[in-house]
Design a protein around this ligand. Structure first.
Ligand SMILES: Cc1cc2nc3c(=O)[nH]c(=O)nc-3n(C[C@H](O)[C@H](O)[C@H](O)COP(=O)(O)OP(=O)(O)OC[C@H]3O[C@@H](n4cnc5c(N)ncnc54)[C@H](O)[C@@H]3O)c2cc1C
Ligand code: SF4
Length: 407
């Protein structure tokens, strides 16, 4: 798709080796500690420096089967690269994400495959085909379990396919990770909504993993929000990434202050909107978006209005303005709402006696096991919405919990 050039293009082979050679290969490395999946970062960087890209990819995959997507979408400034000791030396941190990408690109270009364990005779169902379930399934296959993943969407990959900004990671890239799992023997059933058009009979499986993520964007609760020209951010992003962009005018108002709102605003700019304004009800300092995402949006020409709370969306049959009380009226022809996603696991939880707290699945921190011992869970539906790498860590943890419980 044009207009979505990558934010961080890949290293050339030579530049990767030069960057790898800057690494101090710390003992007890803080980058490894800061990575939720605890990739042995110094080890894979040393392997890149020694031109052993296969070895580097295996080191990454041993901890994180979504090493490709994480190399592109992880907020590295607050994770591995944020912990790099180079900061203490007043030097630029090692570009761990881009080095990880170098190894993973090589892995996929050379047709790499995942290891599969000898069949154990155990069968596990995963509900949802996002990062949490993919990581869970990979670990289970490595240990010989048969795994079936059900997802209500036509494409697998969860928000890696439908949500993450196009200039970071495309649906085609996401497909590579899905195909890697399919080649390892994972069965995918798409278009299968558990509790909707498909009822899961859990007697057919030895254990079930729940990785259903979050639900749709919450409603604003103001007059006019159902008018033509008002979109929710998740649908807006999913449409431009995997289908046809939703109709959009040249003046767009995005409501919200998180990373998803930022992604929607930047996408609107890149899709051609001349004037994109984000409005947020609190102050700049209160925004939940990462600082680098906020700066990036400013750089892309997105404007910001703080301490502005929408009271109505007005127009005559289609959007004409967002009103924020009596003193602020923002004329526009498109509104994108992004004020957080609802929790969407109630039906599955109720049907299977699974305890929830504030709409999140309650899961044991060490194993991911829920209050129904046959059911395990991880990812956004447990943590309330974090990052891809957290979902991977929780999916892998639950797989280990399932394996321990089954034996
Ligand atoms: C717009 C946006 C941008 C983001 N950008 C980044 C980023 O740049 N970097 C980053 O690290 N993180 C980012 N995130 C967060 C990240 O995408 C999530 O933390 C991660 O995808 C969570 O993985 P998951 O597997 O728990 O859930 P999801 O990825 O949401 O996957 C859940 C899957 O379950 C399916 N499902 C739901 N209910 C059912 C059912 N009843 N039956 C069958 N299937 C079902 C859904 O269709 C979906 O495919 C972003 C999130 C959003 C919304
Ligand atoms: S998975 Fe993400 S946080 Fe972990 S080392 Fe790789 S880029 Fe850093």
């Amino acid at each position: 798709m044009s207009g979505f050039a990558e934010l961080h293009p890949p290293f050339t082979p030579q530049a990767a080796v030069v960057e790898a050679n800057r690494c101090l290969y710390c003992y007890d490395a803080p980058c490894t500690g800061a990575c939720p999946t605890h990739i042995d970062v110094p080890r894979f960087i040393k392997q890149i420096a020694g031109a052993n890209l296969n070895g580097a990819a295996q080191t990454i995959l041993a901890s994180n089967v979504l090493g490709l997507s994480c190399s592109r979408v992880c907020p590295v400034d607050v994770l591995c690269e944020g912990a790099c000791v180079m900061h203490n030396l007043n030097k630029k941190p090692i570009e761990i994400g881009r080095l990880q990408r170098r190894a993973m690109d090589h892995f996929y270009e050379s047709g790499g495959r995942l290891p599969q364990g000898a069949p154990s005779g155990k069968k596990v169902a995963c509900i949802g085909a996002g990062p949490a379930s993919l990581a869970c399934a990979a670990e289970l296959r490595r240990n010989g379990c048969a795994v079936t993943i059900f997802d209500k969407k036509p494409l697998a990959g969860g928000l890696n396919t439908y949500g993450v900004a196009q200039y970071k990671f495309t649906p085609e890239d996401s497909r590579k990770e899905v195909e890697l799992l399919r080649a390892a023997g994972v069965e995918f059933r798409n278009g299968a909504e558990i509790g909707g058009n498909v009822n899961l009979n859990d007697r057919d499986f030895d254990a079930v993993f729940i990785g259903v993520g979050l639900g749709p964007t919450q409603p604003l609760g103001v007059p006019g929000e159902n008018m033509p020209g008002v979109h929710n951010a998740i649908d807006f992003i999913a449409a431009y990434k995997t289908a046809t962009p939703l109709p959009m005018g040249s003046r767009v108002v995005v409501i919200g202050g998180g990373n998803t709102a930022i992604d929607a605003a930047v996408a609107a700019r890149r899709l051609g909107a001349a004037d994109v304004t984000m409005i947020y009800r609190r102050t700049e300092a209160d925004m939940s978006a990462f600082a680098f995402e906020y700066q990036h949006a400013r750089h892309e020409g997105v404007q910001f209005r703080f301490q502005a709370r929408p009271s109505a969306i007005t127009g005559n049959g289609k959007v004409e303005a967002v009103e924020c009380g009596a003193d602020l009226r923002l004329p526009c022809d498109t509104v994108i709402v992004s004020i957080g996603q609802s929790k969407a696991v109630e039906a599955i939880a109720a049907a299977n006696g699974i305890a929830l707290e504030k709409g999140r699945v309650v899961a044991k921190p060490e194993t991911g096991q829920t209050s129904n011992p046959k059911y395990f869970a991880g990812g956004d539906c447990v943590n309330g919405g974090r990052e891809v790498v957290d979902a991977v860590a929780e999916g892998k943890r639950a797989a280990k919990g399932i394996l321990a419980w089954l034996t």
